[in-house]
Design a protein around this ligand. Structure first.
Ligand SMILES: [Zn+2]
Length: 248
């Protein structure tokens, strides 16, 4: 139940047509996993916390480094050397003391990924490498949990929402795995994409709007353009395909 304080705090979003107090109640009950507490994870976590999502689970094994601070806005000068998830949880609970933040300082691997996501309503992909994104994509499909992909490079970003059994998945989109290397990022790029991911999560939970499924949204900050690529679900996809008898 929403308290009088909740109704006041979230008044401006409750006013959105189709959202209402019922939508806010859904957010209050919602549990979202944010995989990664860096450039993408910071803005998505901040806006999901501000919107009143009841439980946020933040997963990241890294410690805060000086070179993170141009874009990872949950971490400040004073946090250098600290666990990113502890730094994130501290800020998020100061922003909104009425939500629950779980800080998990672990690396996601094929042994623990199921336990990391089980029982959650949405997974945000705020990672920086494709192998772990694929692990989460597969776990999301296996558990039937919507998965919101985001990625950045320089001034370019990408986002796509995956609804298991209904829309194309990350493996339908990408086949190979590029070598992992240090890459350029302007902080505003993950801010744009992380906010798109948070918006998608809020829409899915409250049931408003049209999700970003079967299309890859591409943000080009150099030319300040948004474009879309249609992504088709592959019948023989290793993760969501129907050829091995996987249920649609
Ligand atoms: Zn697929």
């Amino acid at each position: 139940m929403l308290t009088p304080e909740d109704k006041q705090r979230y008044d401006r979003q409750i006013m959105i047509p189709g959202f209402g107090e019922a939508g806010q109640e859904k957010l209050k009950q919602a549990k979202i996993v944010i995989a990664g507490s860096g450039g993408l994870g910071s803005p998505s976590a901040i806006y999901l916390a501000a919107a009143g999502v009841g439980t946020l689970r933040i997963i990241d094994h890294d410690k805060v480094e000086l070179s993170n601070l141009n874009r990872q806005v949950l971490h400040w000068d004073k946090d250098i050397g600290r666990s990113k998830v502890k730094s994130a949880a501290e800020k998020l609970t100061q922003l909104n003391g009425r939500i629950r933040v779980e800080a998990i300082a672990q690396t996601i691997n094929d042994m623990n990924v199921a336990a990391m996501v089980a029982g959650f309503d949405v997974i945000i992909d705020a990672l920086d490498n494709l192998p772990t994104r694929f692990l989460l994509n597969k776990a999301a499909i296996d558990h039937g949990i919507p998965f919101i992909h985001g990625a950045v490079y320089g001034l370019e970003g990408r986002a796509m929402t995956i609804i298991p059994g209904q829309s194309a998945c990350l493996r339908c989109l990408y086949q190979g795995i590029p070598p992992q290397e240090k890459f350029p990022v302007l902080g505003t790029t993950p801010a744009v994409i992380g906010c798109i991911q948070a918006t998608e999560a809020i829409k899915l939970i409250t049931g408003i709007g049209v999700p970003l499924t079967n299309r890859l949204l591409i943000y080009d900050g150099f030319n300040m353009k948004f474009t879309e690529l249609t992504v088709n679900r592959k019948k023989n996809c290793e993760h969501c395909g129907t050829k091995k008898g996987r249920q649609l």
